[in-house]
Ligand binder design. Structure first.
Ligand code: F6R
Length: 366
């Protein structure tokens, strides 16, 4: 049942080229410049008119929502807010019928996310779901939605469901942009063509496994770990930290790299591993300065870099190469080595990777 892998988590990490492909199948037609999202097609007028998008979710799904915020604002130019469902439901939020609420949930059963949906629905908003489990409770209470088609996720720590959620949000960002006339057809085709290549790029990214395993060996006894990224890689840093803490029980935190000097920098000493997402994108030079700040304080730098990188390689203690890609697609690739890092560290520490203590696969109580 684990398909020859030692754990479901590893199997699910390796399934990602396939799960992302399944997510895109029948939905994108790059040569025709066409996106078909059957589940939301009746709401095209709504997409054109809406004033704001509010994304509600918990945990890893909330991190996917943060990636969605960057991409939807960038391409569709619609203001997006990302809310923890548990906070949103209890703070008397301002919601109008011109809002679109997107609820993201792997299980489709998360109690807080369901309550957030009910509240927004009562206030007249349109609700879309992005769920993995077909026929679960959330898809039944939303107006429309898109399934992630990642297949059953057994490991409690979410891996392939996260990349599937990000894939759908990326597709939605392009789609909403097109519907609202914010993107030229030639750009649209270009982005779809890039997105279509992501499953192959994820396949290539998985080749980093041996490198990551060696890094895991070096840092498996760390007490703490920081994850830093900028822009669209900031939520990836949050997700890397969550994965490490939940399955290896190492205390980890994710931050926007520039926030480091506003506090967390005090934690850096020779025992502190700092994982940077330092791919060749718009914030590359800025991230390099942040790496220098860590190195100057004796921290150990593990950097995820683009293939062919020279500058970061000279500075970092350890590097993990991933294929060069446009910034938009970095989260789908950079997440992979972080999943593998937490997996290997957890296994080396003798942790129950698929069923970490105190955690449940679906959180049906608030
Ligand atoms: C982390 C993890 C949790 C879930 C969260 C929301 O690996 O799995 O943080 O992401 O409990 O669950 P769903 O997506 O089912 O609503």
């Amino acid at each position: 049942e684990k398909g020859g892998y030692d754990h479901f988590m590893l199997k699910e990490i390796y399934e990602q080229p396939r799960s992302i492909r399944d997510c895109l199948r029948g939905r994108i037609y790059p040569t025709e410049g066409l996106v078909q999202l059957g589940g939301i097609k009746d709401y095209i007028e709504k997409l054109k008119e809406l004033d704001r998008i509010i994304i509600v979710a918990c945990g890893t799904s909330w991190h996917a929502g943060l990636v969605g915020e960057y991409l939807i604002e960038e391409y569709a130019r619609v203001p997006v807010e990302v809310e923890y469902a548990s906070e949103f439901r209890y703070r008397n939020p301002i919601i109008t019928p011109n809002d679109l609420v997107i609820a993201i949930s792997q299980s489709g059963e998360t109690a807080d996310t369901m309550a957030a949906i009910e509240l927004a629905k009562e206030m007249g908003a349109t609700i879309f779901g992005i769920c993995n489990v077909v026929g679960a409770s959330i898809p039944r209470i939303t107006h429309a939605g898109v399934y992630t088609h990642a297949g059953p996720e057994i490991g409690v720590a979410s891996t392939k469901a996260f990349t599937a959620q990000v894939t759908i949000l990326t597709l939605m960002a392009f789609y909403i942009a097109q519907q609202r006339g914010n993107i030229t057809q030639s750009k649209f085709i270009e982005y779809l063509t890039e997105l279509d290549k992501v499953p192959d790029l994820v396949e290539q990214t998985l080749k980093c496994n041996d490198t990551v395993k060696a890094i895991a060996e070096r840092f498996k006894d760390s007490a703490n770990c920081l994850f830093l990224g900028r822009g669209v890689s900031f939520p990836v840093a949050l997700e890397g930290a969550l994965k490490l803490k939940e399955i290896s029980y190492i205390h980890a935190e994710g931050y926007p790299a520039a926030e480091m000097k506003h506090g967390p920098i005090a934690l850096i000493d020779a025992e502190m591993p700092v994982v940077f997402i330092a791919t060749k994108n718009s914030s590359y030079e800025k991230v390099i300065s942040n790496i220098q700040e860590v190195k100057a304080r004796g921290g150990k730098v593990i950097a995820i870099v683009s293939e062919g990188d020279v500058e970061v390689k000279e500075m970092a203690d350890y590097v993990i190469e991933i294929p060069l890609t446009g910034e938009t697609f970095v989260p789908l690739l950079a997440t992979i080595p972080l999943q593998l890092l937490s997996y290997h560290i957890a296994v080396m520490r003798g942790c129950n990777v698929d069923q970490p203590r105190n955690l449940a696969k679906s959180v049906t109580v608030e």
